[in-house]
Write a protein that binds this ligand. Sequence first.
Ligand code: S3P
Length: 442
Amino acid sequence: MTGLIARASSRLHGEVRLPGDKSISHRALIMGALAVGETRINGLLEGDDVMRTAAALRRLGAVVTRDGDGTWRVHGRGVGGFDEPETVLDLGNSGTGVRLLMGAVAGLPATTFFTGDASLRRRPMERVIRPLTEMGVQVLAREGGRLPLACTGPQVLLPLDYTLPVASAQVKSAILLAGIAAPGITTVIEPHPTRDHTETLLDQFGASVEIEEQADGGRRVSVTGEPELAAQPIRVPVDPSSAAFLAVAALLTPGSEVRLPGVGTNPLRFGLYEVLAEMGADIEIRSRQGPGEPVADLLVRSSELHGVTVPPEIAPRMIDEYPVLAVAAACARGTTVMNGLAELRVKESDRLAAVAGGLAACGVVVEEGEDRLVVHGNPGAVDGGTVIRSGLDHRIAMAFLVLGLASRDGIAIDDAATIATSFPDFAETLRTLGADITGHAE
Ligand code: S3P
């Protein structure tokens, strides 16, 4: 395994191009494969996770072609037009890839086998299996609903009316992608709204999608089945979840000024930036006009942060950002309390345990609860001097490298390869800005 070490750096300065949004990239490929005609995609994330989805779609019969840097074409098969794949679809590390594709193949009256890496094989699939089973799909999985598993679609899929028991955009998306293959209307009720990229793309591709805001803050999303989806051009914005690591690195490194152009600002993805603003972060957000997902250029200057209490309601809008928020909190004055974090335990790793354990190893005082994390910040006093295990979790690896930049003795991670799932040029990008990140052999 090749590792990396990040050491205290002088100011970060400049403008960097960041990778495309992971969630939208998966969906762009899948929608292209379900549409009739040729979908052109710009700004696609070429990370391992998305490449796994591209490979799986090829096995299902779509023609997926790379024209150049982030520029791709997908020649789709139409709703219900996939072929039975001849071999197992291996989605690597990607929960989004496997869960969305389980929905997308629900309308295929044949058997599709799925597997993934050691991290993905530990993650719960029951949350997708349950609604798909209600729609008539037969699923055979390992104990506890784990991968590998096999999905066999019925001759006629049943539409579904389903209330999400956990706030999950992946589960919502799996149901909606199955729903377009079922005759009738499929509805997902989400008590706490999650990222809405699937709904937006379904609408853009010509499906009939209805979204009703509910009095209690929830949403009801309905899609009418068996539409003819027409290929559309898609421009993928920069991933706000990837930009978050650069933004926090700049905030924590004195004298920094960093420009991050073209970042997606979908409000259902932007919770971290609201919390950082409340902590005293100097981040200028200059919105750009244009069609599709909202986008802005961010200008981040180093700032003195203070602790805050982060309410559980915001968790679905920043679920991937807690590791880097905890890093910011470790370098803030005072205490940061984060509630409603149960879902962090079933991500690429148990992120709550990984963050709490990692911070403690770096000399930060933390309290870990079942679904909460309390970080006692101490600006300028993070020791570091330790090696953090990435544990097949890209966001744990990146978060602790960012903390390394603000530590006294530097912080190493044991495995840098996992970062390529979402941000292949992470270390190089930080180096361009002036960060001290080098290879590390254990
Ligand atoms: C994602 C949804 C979230 C998020 C993941 C991407 C998506 O997962 O953590 O990184 O693209 O739909 P959950 O749906 O499990 O919350």
